[in-house]
Design a protein. Sequence first.
Lengths: 219, 219
Amino acid sequence: MKKVAVVLSGCGVFDGAEIHESVLTLLALDRRDADITLLAPDIPQMHVVNHSTGQPAEEKRNVLVEAARVARGEIRDLAEADINEFDAVVFPGGFGVAKNLCDFAVNGPECSVNPQVERFILAAIDARKALGFICIAPALMACVAKNRNLHPRLTIGTDADTAAAIEKMGGVHLPAQVRDVVVDEDLRIASTPAYMLGRRISEVADGIDRLVEKLLQLA
Amino acid sequence: MKKVAVVLSGCGVFDGAEIHESVLTLLALDRRDADITLLAPDIPQMHVVNHSTGQPAEEKRNVLVEAARVARGEIRDLAEADINEFDAVVFPGGFGVAKNLCDFAVNGPECSVNPQVERFILAAIDARKALGFICIAPALMACVAKNRNLHPRLTIGTDADTAAAIEKMGGVHLPAQVRDVVVDEDLRIASTPAYMLGRRISEVADGIDRLVEKLLQLA
């Protein structure tokens, strides 16, 4: 039974973890009998977006507390997790990855990464763990790789600006369709475009299912 | 292509719609090419629960605004929906069904139902539309049936107290396991226990998939 950490960035596509991608990741892992642990950093969200209007709201929310909604309460603080507990780590997408786990949404290739998140990803790479990045999450991996001698092969689908930003940070971007998975066998990293390209939940589910299958092979 | 309304009660198992059940319902519908519309009432939540501690929080949230997170922004006010737009209606579970759409969580068999929700369900029954109820949502159907000459056959799994409450309201409760669907062919109602019994997302997914298959047959 492979032990897999799923790292969430909140609860909701515009300010947190993309909910469909998060749930579909859990489903694909559970179908393969993975031992799943949900993790999130105990930090404030960058902001709160009213998802019915798309406008920022005058509220404060916490990434771990909101991510606990997706986790049905069963979630741990990322700061207390040790990479040696796990065989693999997955990051579902959503703007929370680019707003809360790093600031790619604001600063693009000049982004910086939350120190807990950066430490966890670097520890995973050092320990040769398998890593999965969904939707916009490959940009987080590229942020971590920046200024290090890491050049991960990643996909965010076909969006030219995001692909260029990934390349500027030293990543290698490969275009892909919604059901495709790009694999970096050396770094043991898999990525898939999900809602960067997907228009239907069923095609996003197919891409994530393939990513999880590949992730468990890499682990 | 069947037109199906999915009615959400917020975003999070303890104070809103159960997120996994909601997403798995969308997945099962989309895999069968249903034309999906997300709906929620534009009303305050009964309360807000911090899902990482399980404790009530000092916040106010709105059911429609939070449900929009599950819907990726694509959601309509239930008050503006006409049952004639749809072939079928599904209610995923979560405490929001029993706290926001009706007050079953507080008042048990003495519950009352939000007037918009009650109107919509009664219109569906009158128009012979197919109805699906997941997890605790069959209790909502029983609340609506109460004091009317309706005796829907429903399941919430095996929980004795909830089953007794459903029977007290005039419903007929049939015990079921997590992958089972109970069907009332006369009233065109399907129900499945989901997380009332499920311990794994994959078994909940199987039950919901069967419910959706049956729902579309009834529609």
